[in-house]
Design a protein around this ligand. Structure first.
Ligand code: AMP
Length: 387
């Protein structure tokens, strides 16, 4: 029998690929537990670099720098999916990369992800791969309208998506795609959107956070409430689905499973998987304030081979994203003092200096005795911000 590798204990150094807000919150969790953190990102003074011990600024395809970075750390994880496979492979030759590069390679490519899900029997929206305008026309005829054309790579927050409501829009949609390959999906008429954040340890242990209910605006997550306002049977099904996907991927780390809940005549409804992300996720930010262990600490524990933490939700919670749009157009800061006067509201800012419309700059959370109160208060706080 192979001897178990020992855990990576506090005092050791974690490398994180990607320097955004997910890495920042991971670094905060890791440093709190006495780890050293190195962050690699193309942009200097990135959100993760600001709180890491060491910031490495280099393009992701700079394999030589990635190799030096790997030489300085004990384990590598990531918060950004589009690190080239060659870079990940070079790093993985020197130091453990968790989750494994293969997991990343599956989930960051929409067609590979859909193929993985459907061949393992997980429910997904009907889809077709398309690599020409004729393929697209044929797919739209088969799937019907409305449907959504999505890029196979670099797609998130609705980027690279075109809704096709009429077959006459096929040519224009193909022009907009700007990639040699895309995926067309049937439009899902969902009751609501849910997500489950699941963690899986090196020993196969699994822990899932409470099911989150998510509202999107312009394809970007807007508000999350936890616990989700859906029947218990739906929650159980969502958790079973997420844990099963984590096992099928042989995941070591954290995975977000985004789902649509669809009416099917039963009280519990039917779940359809929309997307996977093998890292902490925006819809899990509530856990930073509201759970015994946050999704970021859980990622740390999983990649270090430590026991997974207790995921109990301490109180009902709501999270509202803060996009660049809440910053005053003429410059200056939003009215943080007004938002923070609302009971239970907490502020998270990611240290980004340029507030562009649609850019995720931070979020608010609010805990209360019930989700309706938490939601109303977090929205009240956000509404108090502009100008
Ligand atoms: P995505 O970038 O694929 O996660 O999509 C962002 C958002 O667009 C989702 O959270 C949904 O609100 C919406 N969306 C994506 N795909 C579909 C679909 N097939 N049917 C209906 N809405 C969708």
């Amino acid at each position: 029998m192979r001897a178990a590798t020992p855990p990576i204990l506090p005092g050791k150094t974690i490398g994180i690929l990607g320097g955004g807000q997910l890495g920042r919150m991971f670094a905060i969790a890791a440093r709190r537990m006495g780890y050293r953190v190195h962050a690699l990102d193309p942009a200097p003074d990135c959100p993760t670099g600001q709180v890491a011990d060491v910031e490495w600024s280099a393009p992701y395809d700079d394999v030589a720098t990635a190799v030096r970075f790997a030489g300085a750390v004990d384990v590598v994880t990531f918060e950004f999916e589009n690190v080239p496979y060659e870079t990940l492979q070079a790093v993985a030759e020197l130091v453990p990369v968790r989750p494994a590069p293969l997991v990343l390679d599956t989930t960051r490519h929409r067609l590979r992800e859909k193929t993985f899900l459907s061949t393992h029997g997980y429910p997904v929206a009907p889809y077709r791969a398309v690599s020409s305008v004729d393929d697209l026309r044929h797919a739209v005829t088969q799937l019907g309208t409305p449907c959504i054309l999505k890029t196979a790579t670099f797609g998130y927050d609705g980027k690279g998506q075109t809704k096709i409501t009429d077959a006459a829009q096929v040519d224009a949609a193909w022009q907009r795609l700007g990639q040699p390959m895309g995926v067309v999906e049937g439009f899902v008429n969902f009751r609501c959107e849910l997500s489950v954040i699941v963690a899986r340890g090196k020993n196969g242990a699994l822990k899932t956070f409470d099911v989150a209910e998510n509202d999107h605006k312009h394809h970007i997550l807007d508000v999350t409430v936890v616990p989700a306002r859906v029947p218990e049977a739906t929650k159980r099904a969502a958790i079973d689905l997420a844990t099963s996907v984590a096992r099928s991927l042989d995941l070591v780390g954290v995975l977000a499973v985004e789902m649509f809940l669809v009416e099917d005549g039963t009280p519990a409804g039917r779940l359809v998987v929309n997307e996977l992300a093998p890292r902490p996720h925006n819809s899990g930010h509530f856990s930073f304030d509201a759970c015994v262990t946050s999704q970021f600490e859980q990622q740390l524990r999983a990649v270090c081979g430590l026991p997974l933490g207790d995921v109990d939700l301490m109180r009902p919670v709501a999270m509202a994203n803060l996009l660049g749009d809440v910053w005053p157009t003429g410059g200056g800061e939003p009215a943080w003092d007004k938002a923070l006067a609302v009971p239970g509201v907490k502020l998270h800012l990611y240290g980004k200096t340029e507030a562009r419309p649609g850019r995720k700059m931070g979020h608010l959370t609010c805990m209360a005795d019930d989700v309706e109160t938490a939601r109303a208060r977090v929205l009240q706080a956000r509404a108090a911000l502009p100008g």
